[in-house]
Design a binder for this molecule. Structure first.
Ligand SMILES: [Zn+2]
Ligand SMILES: [Zn+2]
Length: 351
């Protein structure tokens, strides 16, 4: 049996391991994808750092929940799916049951049977895309990429889909004359800036601690860049005639960034937290602007992923990608933890 390289979570609170495992064979209904690239997401660091028992996943499993590649082998029963071997595809990340009312409308991120499932998706309890090949349980979880290069397109399925979902639900607020704030210009944040510019007329203000991340935001189209810190909210109020922002997207989710979000938000705004740092935002009279709504959305839907791909195909959004060899996964996660990745790192298998 042929073997492949894979990056696996083998223990909680330990770095992953690069190992050799058998190439899997697709069973009935499944598709084997030859991986072109797998994005290195900050949420994996949280998964690695949490103690055993925090997540219901069995170890080991292959990491990588942001995967793109080519259809390699169609498993039994999938030949009528419309997919052909060699097609470039993006793997939709949250794998639901496929048939509950949420899954039926493509919102597998909110599958009603999630508590029964042992994994949230490939790379999140089930084997994911940080390998030469990956099993995808159903053709419905594959979005055709057309002419897009699957290596640089991999981040679309999380780094773009997550902020896309978060921004789309607030578009009714982002009328001309309003502003939107993106806190944390990493993998998700640099896509959020591009998405806001592509989807609406709001002024976009980026906030980060690092000047190179603010440069990335400016290159991504941000109208204003504000260094993170205690006076960031005041700077944002100055930039918005004292009104604040109609959407504040916090891609970090720490105490400090959520305090900035509350301080920068306008009346009748959305404070939307997509970062997983686990901070707390006091919610009582006087701590938030009137009628501000706070929400923590999770990922996005399958129809939204097709919309994200359409934006990328039209050249309206483009992930800023650093390519790293799959074998250097442990080193790449370390660079991410140290804040030394610009945009998104994508692990690419050799050959
Ligand atoms: Zn992620
Ligand atoms: Zn479901």
């Amino acid at each position: 049996m042929s073997e492949m390289t894979a990056v696996r979570m083998t223990a909680w609170r330990k770095p992953p391991e690069v190992v050799r495992i058998p190439v899997p064979e697709p069973g009935p209904g499944e598709v084997l994808v030859k991986v072109a690239g797998a994005g290195v997401c900050h949420s994996d660091l949280h998964v690695m750092d949490w103690p055993a028992g925090t997540l219901p996943y069995d170890l080991p499993f292959t990491l990588g929940h942001e995967t793109a590649g080519w259809v390699h082998t169609l498993g039994p029963g999938t030949h009528g799916s419309g997919l052909r071997e060699g097609d470039a595809v993006l793997v939709y990340g949250p794998w639901g049951c496929g048939v509950c009312p949420s899954c039926a409308r493509g919102a597998e991120n909110y599958c009603r049977r999630a508590p029964e499932l042992k994994a949230a998706g490939g790379g999140l309890g089930a084997d994911g895309g940080m390998a030469e090949y990956a099993i995808v349980p159903s053709p419905r979880l594959l979005t055709p990429l057309g002419d897009l290069d699957p290596r640089t397109a991999a981040p679309l399925t999380d780094a773009a889909l997550t902020p896309y979902h978060a921004v789309k639900r607030s578009l009714h607020r982002l009328v001309p004359g309003t502003a939107a704030v993106v806190i944390g210009v990493g993998g998700l944040g640099h896509m959020a800036v591009q998405l806001l510019k592509a989807l609406g007329p709001a002024d976009v203000i980026a906030v980060d601690t690092a000047s190179d991340k603010l440069d990335l935001a400016a290159g991504a189209g941000a109208d204003h860049c504000v260094p993170a810190g205690e006076d960031a909210a005041e700077r944002i109020r100055d930039l918005t005639d004292g009104l604040g922002a109609s959407l504040v997207l916090d891609c970090v989710g720490a105490d400090a960034t959520m305090a900035t979000a509350a301080g920068a938000a306008a009346a009748e705004s959305d404070i939307t937290v997509v970062g997983l740092a686990g901070g707390t935002l006091p919610f009582r009279y006087g701590t938030l602007p009137w009628e501000a709504a706070v929400t923590i959305p999770y990922w996005g839907t399958r129809p939204e992923l097709a919309e994200v791909v359409a934006l990328a195909q039209a050249g309206r959004i483009r992930p800023h990608v650093e390519i790293h060899p799959l074998e250097e996964a442990v080193e790449t996660y370390r660079l991410l933890r140290e804040g030394r990745i610009g945009g998104r790192a994508v692990l690419v298998p050799e050959g």
